[in-house]
Design a protein around this ligand. Structure first.
Ligand SMILES: [Zn+2]
Length: 350
């Protein structure tokens, strides 16, 4: 798989010359650097707005040996910044699910922390105890460069219970210069004991203009449609664009579903397809209540049916399906049945 992490995008980028890879992270980074008191910070907020990037920037700043002041981002020039950029900083560790290591540019786990990998097994989406043990030994040794030691945990809700419990003590009383940055889009799923040991930092959706400017700089066409489609989350919008979802595809979706065309969604990962239908229901219900749609432009939506019980029913079915979206028994059948129900729900009044 081609890695997007090298030069064409800056998803895993660092600060350099005062410039940040995701410009809207300047404010939260500044906030974290000036108000961060705890040795463990928890970045929380919506997915797709740069949580992992902010965690990396924070680590870079703490490890940087060339900053003029402690409220500044990493310099991007010093030996420490360069080591971090090449993913080989001796005082830095990431705690990621196996499934995210490659996409985020950290390669597969090394021999010691490796999960016994059956060759066909899907990489895990959990952070497991083996990976935490590696971090615990990292916590014991003193800093190689003497500035700080940083562990980034992302997404923190991926820690399974055993792994989370193993991390607790070190999180509470890290030895020496060790600091943690946890990032989570679902902090309510974290163990309360983990949450209570961290200083929270709330991240918000970036301003629309900043997000659109960034998407344009990344070569996304009609970024406004994809940004709205993803609920204002620019990284998700970029991902959709890279995966070939054009604005046209999104704009045609409501009417295709209204016509019962399940093939409009069969190429999509099931969770995304279900989320798309939920966004459609959300917009139809907003219109029914006299509000403006949020995910689709109004003229892409079919007329509202006079009777809305079918729409409510579809919403409930989708909500239920979303809970099992990662493991559908038969994705094709599921899509057909969900789209058929949507067709019913959007049938125009006679
Ligand atoms: Zn530096």
């Amino acid at each position: 798989m081609a890695s997007a992490s090298d030069s064409d995008t800056d998803i895993t980028g660092l600060a350099a010359n005062g410039q940040l890879p995701l410009p809207w992270l300047a404010a939260p980074l500044q906030q974290a650097l000036t108000q961060g008191r705890s040795h463990a910070m928890l970045l929380q907020g919506p997915a797709g707005v740069g949580q992992f990037d902010l965690a990396l920037l924070l680590a870079q700043a703490w490890l940087c040996e060339g900053r003029a002041a402690p409220d500044q981002p990493g310099c991007g020039q010093c030996a420490s910044c360069r080591l971090l950029h090449s993913r080989s900083h001796p005082d830095f560790q990431v705690l990621l699910p196996e499934a995210l290591r490659e996409p985020l540019g950290f390669g597969a786990m090394d021999a010691e922390g490796a999960e016994p990998k059956a060759s066909k097994a899907k990489p895990s989406r959990e952070i497991k105890i083996e990976a935490v043990r590696q971090v615990l030994s990292f916590a014991q040794v003193s800093a190689a460069r003497g500035k700080a030691k940083v562990v980034v945990v992302y997404p923190a809700e991926a820690l399974n219970t055993v792994a989370a419990n193993a991390l607790l003590k070190t999180l509470e009383e890290p030895a020496g210069l060790l600091r943690f940055v946890l990032a989570s889009a679902a902090p309510q799923q974290l163990l309360p004991t983990i949450r209570s040991r961290c200083q929270p930092l709330q991240m918000a959706l970036p301003a629309r203009d900043a997000a659109l400017a960034w998407l344009t700089s990344q070569g996304v066409e009609t970024p406004d449609v994809l940004l709205a489609a993803t609920g204002g989350r620019p990284q998700e919008a970029l991902l959709w664009s890279e995966e070939g979802i054009a604005a046209k595809t999104w704009l045609e979706l409501p009417r295709r579903i209204a016509r019962g065309e399940a093939q409009a969604l069969t190429d999509w990962p099931v969770p995304r397809a279900i989320a798309a239908m939920q966004r459609l229901v959300h917009d139809l219900m907003r219109i029914a209540h006299g509000a403006s749609p949020g995910f689709f432009p109004r003229d892409a939506l079919p007329k509202l049916p006079a009777v809305r019980t079918a729409l409510d029913q579809w919403a409930r079915t989708l909500q239920q399906a979303a809970r099992h979206a990662e493991h559908p028994l038969n994705a094709g059948l599921l899509m057909e049945s969900l789209v058929a129900q949507g067709q019913q729900a959007m049938r125009p009044a006679r």
